[in-house]
Structure formats: C-alpha cells, structure tokens
Ligand binder design. Structure first.
Ligand code: SF4
Ligand code: FES
Length: 326
C-alpha cells in the first residue's frame, strides 16, 4: 500500500495505482481533467497532457520533487508522495498551454457542434482557455467522412486522443485502423471505416471527447440540453442492454451508454441497442437519469421525478438553429 497526498488530502491506495486514479478516489475536487485517458480502455492516456500535475515530494524514501510536471494518468504513486493539482500555479499555467495547443487546430464551432453541452474540451476551454489566439495560420481542414451508416468522422475537430482507435482495437477483431502520418498531418486512418463495421462500432461516438465522431441518427435533431435522459434496459444477447434514452417529446432521439461521473461509459453497448431500438416499447424504463454533471444538460430538474411510473415526458419545441451545415 502507498500513502499519497493530493492537494492536501491523503489517501492510502494499492501499489501500482496511478496518481489520477488516486485523485479520483479522493473526489472530483482534486481529480485532474482528462482528454485521452479512459478507465474502460487498456493503455489509454499519455497523449493529451491535460492531466499534468506537480509532484512536490517524490516519496518517503526520496523526498526530492520531480523536476518536471508529470502526466498523472501514466505515473504511479509512491509511498509518501505529495502531489499538487489545483494548488499548483505551474499546473494551472501548463494546463492553459495545453488547452491553447489543443485548440490550435480545433475549430471553435460549439454553436453548431453536436457535442456542445457534453464536450470535455468545451469545459476545459471555459476554465483554462484564452479569449485570443497567438497564431495567424489557418486551422487544418478535412472533408467529413461517413464511417458506415451510423457514424460521421469530422477530422477538423479531432484532438488525436486515440480513444476511438483503442475502442476499435480492443472491442473488435483485427486492427485495420489507427492514426496515420505524423505531426500536424496526423489523422485518424480512413481504414477505420473497415474497423467500424461491427456490432460495437457505435461506442467510438461515446468515447470521443469532442465532436469529431458523431451519431448520424442524432445529428442536428436537438441540442442535447433540450433532451431528457432516462435510464432504460432491454434483454440483449450482445451487450448488457443498459442504456440512456434521450427523449424529445415522446421520441427517443438517441441511445447512449451510461456514463459515470468522469464522463466515461460504465459499459459498452451494441449497435442494435444504440441505433435500431428507438421506440419506447423496446425498453423497460427505469427512471430519469441522474446527471452528476456541471454542464447545461443537468439544467433539467429531474429530482422532482422520483419513481419511473411518475415519469412524464414534456414536449419541447424544436430549435430554430437546427439543420446547420456541419
Ligand atoms: S476522433 Fe475523437 S476519439 Fe478519435 S482520436 Fe479524434 S478526438 Fe479522439
Ligand atoms: S489524460 Fe493523461 S495524458 Fe491525456
């Protein structure tokens, strides 16, 4: 076991635990943000540098501070380690730089992006972003690609976090995809089109932290904060069948996996549940989804709706800005 202190809060964790995992065990107040780490995917993390922290004391045996900030998702704790996240000016400064770097090529098109309201980069930009850019070159642009009948890839928004690559690699057969080229020419290989032809391909949408991979059956149907998320399940022979149905009026606009407080799915769901069962009669409704989320989605006050049988779905007027060209 190892004792680690993060922002003044101490916890004892098993050897081999990363700083990020230990911080999450303490709670959201000290947990660093993440854009590429995903607890349900093996070998994720280490790409985006959003989770950098300062190690002010290496361990009980060797109390020297670590000379540079470290990626908390890839650094394991040592007994007696002391870590600064929110308490460190160096970290705040570095995080600002990381956000600026991520936004070098990412367009600020939140008003027309389907991910708005549940985008981790949007949240991060509000917290650490700068209102001005220091660059005057054009952001790189790509054609949108349809990846099969259900998923669209818009590389303009991709931050190369590798989560979709790892989903395709770890829950499908054979690796026929990945990031091709290097530096600012890097892009998700269009071979992903082949990798995506399987029963679990829709999960790339759930893991994408930005709006690069979107659900074609949901695009531009509604802003997400105007929908009403409801927990539901069905008997499925491919996955657990436990999902969230996103209602607008009486229509199920989209089906997603259930996400935990870190915005990561609890279980991957199959394409049949996600794309092909969109009638209320297909599902057993459990009740309103409790959103532990600071984003605008939680603006719908479900705490008044206690039991599933009391559930009523209100009709919401369609938005005027729907049908944008992105
Ligand atoms: S498409 Fe999304 S999930 Fe895939 S690498 Fe880009 S940002 Fe990450
Ligand atoms: S979350 Fe740690 S490097 Fe991306």
């Amino acid at each position: 076991m190892a004792k680690v202190t993060i922002d003044g809060k101490t916890i004892e964790v098993a050897d081999g635990t990363t700083i990020l995992q230990a911080a999450r065990m303490i709670g959201p107040d000290v947990a660093p943000p993440t854009m590429c780490y995903y607890s349900k995917l093996k070998t994720s993390g280490g790409y985006c540098r959003t989770c950098l922290v300062e190690v002010s004391k290496g361990s009980e045996k060797d109390p020297r501070p670590m000379p540079k900030l470290v990626a908390s998702c890839r650094t394991t704790v040592m007994d007696g380690m002391e870590v600064k996240n929110n308490d460190s000016e160096k970290v705040t400064e570095a995080r600002k730089g990381v956000v600026e770097f991520l936004l070098l090529n990412h367009p600020l098109d939140c008003p027309v992006c389907d991910q708005a309201g549940e985008c981790h980069l949007q949240d991060l930009s509000y917290e650490h972003g700068s209102a001005k850019t220091r660059t005057d070159f054009e952001r790189r642009t790509f054609e949108k690609i349809d990846i099969g009948p259900y998923v669209q890839l818009h590389m303009n928004r991709c931050i190369l976090c590798y989560r979709c690559v790892k989903v395709a690699n770890q829950i499908t057969d054979g690796r026929v995809h990945g990031v091709i080229n290097r530096g600012d020419h890097s892009e998700i290989s269009t071979y992903v089109e082949e990798a995506i032809d399987n029963d679990f391909s829709g999960n790339v949408i759930d893991v994408c932290p930005v709006g690069a991979l979107t659900d074609k059956t949901f695009r531009f149907k509604s802003r997400v904060w105007f929908t009403k998320p409801v927990d539901a399940h069905r008997n499925c022979d491919k996955c657990s069948g436990k999902v969230v149905l996103w209602y607008k009026g009486e229509d199920v606009l989209r089906v997603t996996g259930r996400k935990d407080q870190w915005g990561e799915v609890e279980e991957f769901i199959c394409n049949t549940c996600r794309f092909e069962t969109k009638k209320t009669s297909d599902w057993t409704i459990e009740g309103p989804r409790k959103l532990d989320n600071h984003s605008v989605i939680s603006a719908n006050h479900y705490e008044f709706l206690k039991k599933p049988k009391e559930l009523t779905i209100n009709t919401v007027k369609p938005l005027a800005i729907e049908g944008g060209n992105n």
